[in-house]
Design a protein around this ligand. Structure first.
Ligand code: CP
Length: 324
């Protein structure tokens, strides 16, 4: 267990050691147990987290805010749109100023080519930890919750096969941050990681290269498939979700045309049956129901989506309690 995390930023888990991530898992399980028992755990009494959103959220906002209250502190909800950030407050100013009012700054900025750089600029100027609530490249807190869920449902992840797959959705061009963070972290835990997507939906090459290196170091494996059905075959964990074709085109109309070719990439009961009998279905949510995933799967016996969403709370509380 690592005890020296006070003051640390969490922008990508690639910058945290395996020991440090294991510590988060241990603390998250402890806090989950304490909450189930009704034991108070005001580890951040009188501390304040600024939560700055450039993009909408249900789970992230609600779980960080609830988590800070349960830890005895407070969370400020700040939207870029309704503050002077929309009129010119710079990243440096936000880091300097919010860092003087608060004990942590959490940010969601998912604009392609902008988000990660913005969060790093705030972190550079901030005297308190900066937490990435999702950017264009990473979604570390979602993936901590995912790892916790896999450990709870399946035990040691080493040797398990996870299929991180594209699925079709029409709602909006979803960021690459979830699949990218998944392939980065699960390869560090010795999993056999399959990344399945049509050719136009590739991920950032340097992220893929890091996932390959992670798999080598952990003696797991990493492969890329282009056949949707093959991705499910024999998998222990399936994680089919939509993401955008940002690396193929920046044109929205072209992107919609490309996506429309893959409308049959829906996780249905037939596909689910290709995975292991006791496979779990995961999704970070929100999902486009009956487009990305059939109701029968997301509401069915393999689905762990509500436990997964709950684990956002426990994983985030662990990181906040350790860093703030
Ligand atoms: N999974 C996730 O980050 O959900 P929200 O977009 O609702 O926060």
């Amino acid at each position: 267990m690592q005890t020296g995390l006070r003051g640390r930023d969490l922008i990508t888990l690639q910058e945290w050691t395996r020991d440090e991530i294991d510590t988060v898992m241990e603390v998250a399980l402890d806090l989950k147990r304490r909450r189930a028992l009704g034991e108070l755990h005001p580890l951040l009494r009188d501390k304040v987290l600024a939560m700055l959103f450039f993009f909408s959220s249900t789970r992230t906002r609600a779980s960080f805010e609830a988590g800070m209250a349960q830890l005895g502190g407070h969370a400020q909800f700040i939207e870029a749109e309704t503050t002077q950030i929309a009129h010119g407050d710079t990243a440096k100013e936000i880091g300097e100023i919010l860092g003087r009012y608060n004990d942590g700054i959490a940010i969601r900025q998912v604009d392609w080519g902008v988000g990660n750089g913005y969060i790093r600029e705030v972190a550079e100027a901030s005297r308190v930890p900066v937490l990435n609530m999702q950017c264009d490249v990473y979604h570390p807190f979602q993936i901590l919750a995912d790892l916790l869920t896999i450990i709870e449902k399946k035990g040691d992840p080493r040797g398990l096969t996870i299929n991180v797959s594209y699925a079709y959705a029409a709602s909006y061009q979803k960021p690459l941050s979830v699949p990218q963070s998944l392939i980065l972290l699960m390869t560090r835990y010795g999993m056999n990681v399959r990344l399945t997507h049509p050719p136009e939906f590739r991920l950032m090459p340097d992220i893929v290269a890091q996932a390959e290196a992670n798999a080598k170091a952990s003696r797991g494996s990493f492969e890329i498939l282009t056949d949707f059905d093959a991705g499910f075959e024999g998998a222990d964990v399936v994680y089919p979700k939509s993401w955008g074709s940002m690396l193929t085109t920046s044109d929205k109309a072209e992107s919609a045309r490309i996506g429309a070719k893959y409308q049959d990439w829906i996780c249905d009961e037939r596909r689910m049956a290709l995975a292991k009998e006791d496979a779990i279905y995961m999704h970070c949510l929100p999902a486009d129901r009956n487009v990305e995933v059939a109701d029968a799967v997301i509401d069915g016996p393999h689905s762990v989506v509500y436990d997964e969403a709950e684990n956002r709370l426990h994983a985030q509380k662990a990181v906040m309690a350790l860093t703030m």
